[in-house]
Design a binder for this molecule. Sequence first.
Ligand SMILES: *Cc1c(COP(=O)(O)O)cnc(C)c1O
Length: 406
Amino acid sequence: MKTTLAELAILGGPPAFVEPLHVGRPNIGDRTRFLERVGEMLDRRWLTNDGPFVKEFEGRVAALLGVRHCVATCNGTLALELAIRGLGLRGEVIVPSFTFVATAHALQWHGIRPVFADVDPRTHTLDPEQAERAVTPQTSAILGVHVWGRPCAVDALTAIAKAHRLRLVFDSAHAFACSYQGTLLGRFGDAEILSFHATKFFHTVEGGAVVTNDEDLAQRARLMRNFGFAGYDTVLTLGINGKMNEMCAAMGLTNLEQLDDIISTNLRNYTHYRRGLANVPGVSLVTYDPRERCNYQYIVLEVDEGRAGLERDDLLEVLRAENVLARRYFYPGVHRMEPYRTLYPQPALPGTQWLAARVLSLPTGASISPDDINALCGIIALAVTHAAEVRATVQRRRTAMGHPAD
Ligand SMILES: *Cc1c(COP(=O)(O)O)cnc(C)c1O
């Protein structure tokens, strides 16, 4: 545990961690069970195309989330695209800018304009009032994102969608096994989409799903996922190759058996971070409502420069020097990335800007121990205690490296 300023790596001390600590290290379930399933798959010689593992996987996910249909896909972005096409979205769709870029890309890829509405900086999710103000005659849907697994204002968005006759889709990529008012996410709106990417709470290496109670949508998504094939020679619609394969489903079935373990590890880490950062001025941990179910997959800080005496980017450099590879999700906001910054006038999104300047995601998961977390929190506390010196050092380093502060 570092206790003096001079020990910080940024001031020349040795890094606190020999191996880098990453955000989003994959959770690996029971290896033996996985390899058994791979053996079964090889014996069957059925590797893809709606195989038995994919069917079993879809059944389990639907049952777990309490939703009628689960259409598994090769990734979450493709699942978004199937939902977008399957629901006939067009024109404009209202989305937050404070999200992973794929949420907007999936729309733009289909010639739909993502209209960025602001988030509520307290919840980090779409502000329903702002979403409603963005409705125009071209709007076909609202696409909300359950950022960090914290649910959107589902009821308010549902009412707005209904009042304006819009479709409502949720990007639930962060929110597997998280609830809204006690009900697991996955069955709200017209559809929700899941990502099972390796960095997500629950993964299939790469994968995703459309989950919905809408029978027609599920059927269309299944058709489109497999080139539009309805039989050996019958193609009914424009389609794509969006299938999940058996290997990924085998990983998914195995990891499903481990959900409770992953959640308890994440919760343990979250509790340690909360304790470790409780008394650090200007650094607050994004908290999860204890009345909801949550996967606790994201450890997110908000750094208040005024109170901490450090900017988020200063703290980022302090941590990088210690071999802690913290990330600035979601900086700078999708509306400031290409192609959106060139295609569309810059929208005024004060909540998004405010958040994008202060958030920092920290490592968690099974590969980080409570001792690591205590050491990491100690470093943050030490940096804030000596904010002025740390800041001066960071600025000197930036100038020396030719990166003037932005
Ligand atoms: C990961 C993610 C996606 C994309 O999922 P992939 O499986 O990587 O294609 C979409 N939206 C959000 C919010 C995500 O975090």
